[in-house]
Write a protein that binds this ligand. Sequence first.
Ligand SMILES: NC(=O)c1ccc[n+]([C@@H]2O[C@H](COP(=O)([O-])OP(=O)(O)OC[C@H]3O[C@@H](n4cnc5c(N)ncnc54)[C@H](OP(=O)(O)O)[C@@H]3O)[C@@H](O)[C@H]2O)c1
Length: 319
Amino acid sequence: MKAIVHTQYGPPDVLQFTEVAKPTPRDNEVLIKVCAASVNPADRYLMRGAPLIRLIPGLRTPKDKRLGVDVAGQVEAVGRNVTQFKPGDEVFGAGRGAFAEYVCAPEDKLALKPANSSFEDAAALPIAAITALQGFRDKGRIQRGHKVLVDGASGGVGTFAVQIAKSFGAEVTAVCSTRNVDIARSLGADHVIDYKREDFTKSGQRYDLIMGANAYHSIFDYRRALSPGGIYVIVGGGLARIFQSLLLAPLLSRIGSKKTCFFIANINQKDLVFLKDLLEAGKVVPVIDRRYPLSDVAEALRYLEEGHAQGKVVITVAQ
Ligand SMILES: NC(=O)c1ccc[n+]([C@@H]2O[C@H](COP(=O)([O-])OP(=O)(O)OC[C@H]3O[C@@H](n4cnc5c(N)ncnc54)[C@H](OP(=O)(O)O)[C@@H]3O)[C@@H](O)[C@H]2O)c1
């Protein structure tokens, strides 16, 4: 089968589109014929071998040469312990090596594809939408009527975050640049702040819950914009900001009533089904910025690295 592999860390030029052996599912795994995949910042960290991250695939060179996680496709075969899926089922979820014509994924990281959605829409969901969901529901303890702010509302995580916060009944403020103001409104944001014209951390407005998709401000700025008892959920950002947050969050959370937390999303079947239901109810609609063929994953990652994707970047593999 055709797949994207990398034998060294580096920029998108290290990616090769080449012939590799078709994988065989383990007992708990499902073999998926990939119809679509999507690109996430995590793919570029693995491609580049970002510090700390490269501890997982190998310090000097990637021992695991595959890339890609988010996937949607059709079940081709199942391992002998798989009980929930059968050949022909249309599924979506997480499978290591999804930038390929076939990928194996554990049964518990898959769900049936939403009935009303395309493979591309389904592939856009797993990492980004689960991050938004777990950030709000589990870390942010979101409640109906909460004043919620999404900083970075026009990216992969942010476009889901706005819609998911609305689905919980929150009053949502989206922060994005001028060209994305209309997108943010169309996703249901009650208020939109153009970060090119206004710094929300200095406006005097206070929020019960803030999701910082990329930690564009310091932890102190975000906390200043929280109401008493408010929670700041850090989703991502540069290493310096993540370290600042990891070091300071536990200390600052002891001072006063404001909380800060960082987390790594956990892709699981229960939350995939939760998202499937939101899609089927029309409460969440993936925003797809660009589509690339499998042979052009390097181009897709180059585009993502520019940092201005409007929603998700999808890889179309087979129809
Ligand atoms: N913790 C986890 O488990 C987890 C899971 C998934 C992702 N992440 C992390 O979350 C972060 C976001 O991921 P993503 O997929 O959403 O990234 P992304 O799609 O690449 O984000 C790009 C978006 O960020 C916006 N942006 C850039 N500068 C901004 C600023 N100063 N203020 C507000 N918005 C700005 C851009 O809008 P403009 O073009 O308008 O500037 C663009 O729409 C990444 O750091 C990623 O590593 C973490």
